[in-house]
Design a protein around this ligand. Sequence first.
Ligand code: G3P
Ligand code: CA
Length: 281
Amino acid sequence: MRHLRKSKFGILAIAAACFLLLVGYKEQTIRVHYTKDMVSVAHRGASHFAPENTRAAFQKSVELNADFLECDVHVSKDGELIIMHDDKIDRTTNGSGFIKEFTLDELKQLDAGASFSKEFKGEQILTLNELIDEFYDQIGLLIELKNPKLYPGIEEKIASLLGEYDDLSSIIVQSFDIDSMKKMSVLLPNLQVAVLIHPKDSLLSAAKLDDLASFASYINFNVSFLNKKTVERVHDRGAKVFVWSKKDKNIIAKAHKYNVDGIITDFSNWPYEELIYLAQE
Ligand code: G3P
Ligand code: CA
């Protein structure tokens, strides 16, 4: 009987040792394969975990070790730069109407968290000034001008705000609006700008790519409309590629296969966790 107890203990000890070895192996795999060459960008903040484009989502992206947060910018009735994705406040707040119809004071009364979860009730909308004040020192900023044609002069406002910073190396401004990004690059020549390629325009001629790469540091694509050849064509012109998808987990494997420079997702943990899976393949 005494011998049997010893044996059971022995089996348990071996099982525990195997478990620890496995856990140890996983952690080591993350460290070995994680590389800052491919950055992780938190889409609208870590927006799977907290209400998009709010302070809570941006704080979560810092907590999850993302390299950049991504945010979307509009302009209020009184000219303030407002962080929100849609032109209207309806989907993400308890209000209704276009952002540009409200003053900052009115927008600050809105609840931008409760529609995500009651845990975030009372979350206020942020201005770009507030976001930069709080996060500039903590994480890179990928700032998207969502619909610049709705807000004449938005590029000058952004240039005036960013122009106060000596070091713009951790800031990128992006838009689907190519003219707007050309204008940004002229207003602030030391700012990195990115163009977002709309899925319907994904087949880019050599001349078009030459033009984009003449002012943009990044040319960014949706993961469903990108291939390795396109990434090579962008790299050949000295620009980088970020790939985005809100929720498609295949983005991680594709990003590695295509050799892109950054991954934009709602899940800021994926770029780290999925590397384990890739390493074990
Ligand atoms: O950064 C890419 C992505 O933000 C573009 O799509 O609609 O989420 O702003 P959207
Ligand atoms: Ca965006």
